[in-house]
Design a protein around this ligand. Structure first.
Ligand code: URA
Length: 464
């Protein structure tokens, strides 16, 4: 009997190395006990560390299908203690039956596949549910979230958050391990016990207790640093393959988690979810989330900056002065507003109070990024052919980066997902122009830009 102790619950490389050595030495699965360092569970009476195996003869080698390695990489993140043994049993059996993974009715194949599916779903749950709260002072803003994963998915899912919230330093605290992003690299520190789970509204205290910024870099140095998004590039192809070996049952890839059609992308469910959004601090002062509106089958999506004072109170986009200007221009351009979906890059009103007035404030990059998930999920639900970005904030959200209006306006631009984008000015810009002549000219240009959208609306009406 051999006892093998892995470095951690997610020590895939350790498992792989040991499994390969055991298989080459014809050590049957029943003769191996898998254990994780630091695990309190006793591996069994009388078990000592595996005696060193004799050197592997060069001719004794074997290959396993690449998709097994990929399946194992994900299934190993499952919390079931039996996973290491199950995966070694599969490896052992693959030596004799190279096509074993194609037999979905095989209990070992089915169990490993089910485990990988559960891991995937848990990672998706994390991507859907993690809500960052702003903690710390303005200049030292930090965003933190608490999450309790079912499986060992934190390191697996962290690159997604690094990509999506690349501009904001964040920490995701979990009982297993805490992940941190400083804008350059992901690092990990030990988890926070469930007994210290932050009560609602007390996340900042827990974060401070464990991760005072100076402690993080000195006494509590991260246990592991992961090079910037290194994992993300590994995970893309890996998960694509995961779909293959499960016959398409694992459907979510981390690189495009919000572009799928799921129940969560049902507009009404999205609207409800967004109503409780705490992804940035803007919800605190705004009256409500102002979500997009329009028909589900709209082929044009108009994107503005953020709700204004009137929209914040009414709960509908573009109903104030900018909305009236937009309505007029759409009509002149020949676009039927009732057939377009109208939304904003940022869904809460950002303002500073001045006496009785609330003065509009432009949203900053972290706020735009924090809100982008809703825009992406609206796009996923509506599937528009054309997205019209009105103003710089909308353009930043639509293109995922700062995109100058002047250089890009008035022409159709291909988006990576195959849709078209059109950039133009924001109607509020026209309202603010002091010179009446410039106002007329700029308004005409705005209408001309919208005529491009009108052309597309006419074309698809003909095609329908
Ligand atoms: N400005 C916007 O960008 N959106 C609105 O909904 C209103 C004003």
């Amino acid at each position: 009997m051999y006892l093998i102790t892995l470095d951690s619950e997610t020590d895939f490389d350790g498992w792989r190395k040991a499994a390969r050595a055991f298989a080459l030495h014809h050590v049957a699965p029943a003769d191996v006990v898998w254990h994780v360092q630091g695990q309190t569970k006793d591996p069994g009476p009388g078990l000592s560390e595996a005696p060193s195996l004799p050197p592997i003869e060069t001719e004794s080698t074997f290959t396993v299908p690449a998709n097994f390695i990929e399946l194992a990489r994900i299934a190993i993140l499952h919390r079931d203690d039996e996973r290491f043994a199950l995966l070694y049993r599969l490896l052992w059996r693959l030596k004799a039956d190279h096509d074993l993974l194609a037999t979905m009715s095989d209990p070992d194949v089915a169990q490993a596949t089910t485990m990988a599916g559960a891991v995937q779903r848990d990672a998706q749950r994390m991507r859907d549910l993690v809500r960052f709260r702003e903690i710390g002072r303005e200049q030292k803003a930090h965003y933190a979230a608490w999450f309790e994963p079912e499986h060992h998915i934190v390191a697996f899912a962290a690159p997604f958050f690094a990509r999506r919230f690349a501009d904001m330093p964040w920490s995701i605290l979990t009982p297993d391990v805490c992940a941190h992003w400083d804008g350059h690299a992901i690092s990990f520190t030990p988890g926070i016990s469930r007994t210290e789970r932050p009560p609602p509204g007390r996340l900042e205290e827990t974060w401070r207790r464990h991760f005072q910024p100076d402690r993080l870099t000195t006494t509590e140095a991260p246990v592991k640093r992961q090079r910037n998004l290194e994992d993300a590039s590994i995970l893309g192809p890996l998960l694509a393959d995961a779909e293959r070996w499960t016959g398409g049952r694992i459907v979510q890839r981390p690189e495009a988690p919000m572009t799928r059609k799921t129940a969560a992308d049902d507009l009404e469910a999205l609207r409800e979810e967004a109503a409780h959004c705490r992804a940035c601090h803007l919800y605190k002062d705004a009256t409500q989330t102002v979500f997009g509106e329009g028909p589900k089958n709209a082929n044009i999506m108009l994107v503005g900056e953020q709700p204004g004072d009137k929209e914040d109170l009414a709960g509908h986009p573009f109903v104030g002065p900018a909305g009236q200007m937009l309505d007029r221009a759409l009509e002149e351009a020949g676009v039927d507003r009732k057939k377009v979906y109208v939304t904003n890059a940022v869904k809460h009103f950002k303002f500073v109070p001045r006496g009785k007035v609330r003065l509009h404030q432009k949203p900053n990059t972290p706020e735009i990024r924090a809100c982008r998930q809703w825009y992406e999920r609206e796009v996923s639900a509506i599937q528009p052919d054309l997205i019209v970005a009105m103003g710089a904030t909308a353009a930043q959200s639509v293109f995922g980066k700062i995109t100058p209006i002047g250089k890009n306006r008035g022409r159709l631009i291909d988006l990576p997902d195959g849709r078209k984008a059109l950039v133009t000015v924001h109607p509020s810009y026209l309202l603010r122009l002091p010179d009446p002549e410039a106002k007329v000219l700029e308004y005409q240009r705005f209408v001309e830009d919208l005529k491009i959208a009108a052309g597309l609306q006419r074309k698809s009406a003909r095609a329908a």
